[in-house]
Ligand binder design. Structure first.
Ligand SMILES: NC(=O)c1ccc[n+]([C@@H]2O[C@H](COP(=O)([O-])OP(=O)(O)OC[C@H]3O[C@@H](n4cnc5c(N)ncnc54)[C@H](OP(=O)(O)O)[C@@H]3O)[C@@H](O)[C@H]2O)c1
Length: 263
């Protein structure tokens, strides 16, 4: 799909870009002209994503990082700036999900969720803003969730973590509005990635019919493709959104427009 959003000469770090929405972001930013740093734990998938971008004529590199490791976020920002020659945009997309109510959530699952979805996003954002402020500005886009705006049964840790992402987005947008750093989030609904397949697999039964049932409750009657989220991330990071900061944009086929089940 064509668009006239240009990122020529810009340097973009996408966390969690070894698959799903992050991988789509890496491609969409590259297609807009940006140099892209791909990151995640999986070396083979990360190298494959960066290689595919280069094969298509783009500029991409890969840094393997487990964002839970002490100091990993700060060194990822530092190494990205070294390798790409700067950092104009940070996309905080890496995220994990456990399906469990409070009683079934272990301490380890709670801490793991917070470590990736909240702590790493905060450490990365803090390090990025420190750099961006010094070079005249930049943009951060967080991948929150519709489940950070509303509650969802059996996902207490995940929903709490995404609620925190939405508040980090608002607060950092306020604090850094005068530093030239815009901070926004997207709040995806049901996007067809391995994360959704894993949630549906836990329900048991046939994946295809589970997918059909999920789609039947969404106003648009379908799940989204990862690129449909990536294009919203691209917009929020771009000059087309130059007066947008502190926004949390639902990308959810209409789910967030209603308080109750959609008929
Ligand atoms: N799919 C949806 O419907 C949906 C809806 C709302 C929000 N979201 C959010 O969208 C984001 C992307 O999810 P997705 O659906 O694209 O799922 P995904 O394909 O599972 O992607 C998750 C990414 O996060 C990375 N990651 C996980 N733990 C990490 C760690 N400790 N260190 C570094 N990277 C880590 C993974 O890379 P490695 O495995 O290589 O480490 C992977 O690239 C997440 O924040 C998710 O919460 C998704």
């Amino acid at each position: 799909m064509g668009h006239n959003i240009k990122f020529d000469g810009k340097r973009v770090l996408v966390t969690g870009s070894t698959s799903g929405i992050g991988e789509a972001c890496a491609h969409v930013f590259s297609e807009a002209g940006a140099g892209v740093m791909v990151s995640g734990r999986d070396q083979a998938r990360g190298q494959a994503v960066a290689g595919a971008i280069r094969a298509a004529g783009g500029q991409a590199d890969f840094i393997a990082a487990d964002l839970r490791a002490p100091g990993a976020c700060e060194s990822l920002i530092r190494e990205t700036i070294q390798r790409l020659g700067g950092l104009d945009v940070l996309i905080n997309n890496a995220g994990i999900l456990y399906t469990a109510d409070a009683l079934a959530t272990s301490d380890a699952q709670w801490l793991d969720t917070m470590a990736v979805n909240v702590n790493a996003l905060f450490y990365l954002s803090r390090a990025a803003v420190k750099h961006m402020k010094g070079v005249g500005g930049g943009a951060i886009v967080n991948v929150a969730s519709e489940w950070g705006l509303n509650g969802e049964p059996n996902h207490v840790a995940y929903c709490a973590s995404k609620g925190a992402v939405i508040q980090i987005t608002r607060c950092m947008a306020l604090d850094h509005a005068r530093d030239g750093v815009r901070v926004n989030s997207v709040c995806p609904g049901e996007i067809h990635t391995q994360m959704v397949d894993a949630i549906l697999a836990e329900r048991g039964g046939d994946l295809k019919s589970n997918l059909r049932e999920l789609a039947s409750g969404i106003p648009m009657r379908r799940l989204a493709q990862p690129a449909e989220v990536a294009r919203c991330v691209l917009f929020l990071a771009s000059e087309h959104a130059s007066y947008v900061t502190g926004a949390n944009l639902p990308v959810d086929g209409g789910n967030n427009a209603t308080a109750g089940p959609y008929p």
